[in-house]
Ligand binder design. Structure first.
Ligand code: NAP
Length: 261
């Protein structure tokens, strides 16, 4: 992909890159190509090596461990952002998790513990990270997260994660209202099914993936690169005037009930 937009002088924090297939990485790539300086946070030491490899030789990058559900980790992470950049232009939240047990059985069987974990990790952390970022975000700043259409329609086995994504989309609107006067925008990208670590852990994902490609208006899957291009639009000045939105990049899968003949 050739990027002509110039983001030199801009800074971003990308949270939730597990490997080169992560949608967080697909978003970071065009930011880096456009000259943006990018800090990355990862949940556990297990992922450090992968992120070190990905960012090796990429100018203006740094990495730091942060569990997004830990106030202590978030405080340390945003102190690092202040130290490295002095301010922040773009925040990318690419984090989700639900215990596997909650995605294997019936939705009605969801335990309070699994409900709280899924909504805390997958939705509340957008609110908490936005709050930590607020003092550092400059006018023109922008926050983007990742959601999925299971927030709107029942996707088998997605269960409590569908509820968490609905909460994330609603939180996006409330955050956009809170931060709008400071000229900071908040949007969420509803991506089509893509083969990542998180997606593969969803029971029945391959059937869901095949069905999405079959049904999509474009007759194919959207790609991580296309998620990256939409994020670049929403984060940068190209997207000025767009806030509080759930924007789809799924090759038109969500508009179709079944493929045309
Ligand atoms: P991914 O590569 O597995 O990324 C998910 C990331 O979330 C991982 O790095 C994971 O770290 C991190 N994470 C989980 N709990 C965390 C916590 N408490 N603190 C910090 N980080 C945490 O999968 P992905 O598909 O790119 O997922 C990124 C986002 O895209 C998610 O919001 C997902 O729901 C969304 N999305 C994905 C698809 C798809 O089909 N792939 C479609 C629509 C939306 P660990 O590996 O350490 O757990």
């Amino acid at each position: 992909m050739s990027v002509t937009i110039d983001l030199s002088g801009k800074t971003a924090l990308v949270m939730g890159v597990a490997n080169a297939r992560s949608l967080g990485w697909a978003i970071a790539e065009p930011l880096l190509q456009a000259g943006c300086r990018v800090g990355f946070s990862y949940q556990g030491e297990r992922l450090r090596g992968e992120l070190e490899k990905l960012t090796a030789g990429r100018e203006g990058t740094w990495i730091q461990q942060a569990d997004a559900t830990s106030e202590e980790d978030l405080t340390a992470l945003f102190a690092r952002v202040r130290e490295e950049f002095g301010h922040l232009d773009y925040l990318v939240h690419s984090i989700a998790y639900a215990p596997r047990a909650a995605m294997e059985g019936r939705f009605i069987a969801t335990t309070p513990e699994d409900w709280n974990t899924a909504l805390n990790v997958s939705a509340y952390t957008l609110v908490s990270t936005a709050r930590h970022a607020e003092p550092l975000l400059r006018p023109g700043g922008s926050i983007v997260s990742l959601t999925y259409h299971a927030s709107q329609q029942v996707v088998p086995k997605y269960n409590v994660m569908g509820v968490a994504k609905a909460a994330l989309e609603a939180a996006t609107r409330y955050l956009a209202a809170d931060l709008g006067k400071a000229d900071v925008r908040v949007n969420t990208i509803s991506a089509g099914a893509m083969r990542t670590v998180a997606a593969r852990s969803i029971p029945g994902f391959s059937g869901l993936y095949d069905e999405a490609g079959r049904r999509a208006a474009l007759g194919r899957h959207a790609t991580p690169e296309e998620v990256g291009k939409l994020a670049l639009f929403l984060l940068s000045d190209l997207g000025s005037g767009v806030t509080g939105q759930t924007v789809y990049v799924d090759a038109g899968a969500n508009i179709m009930t079944m493929p045309l003949e």
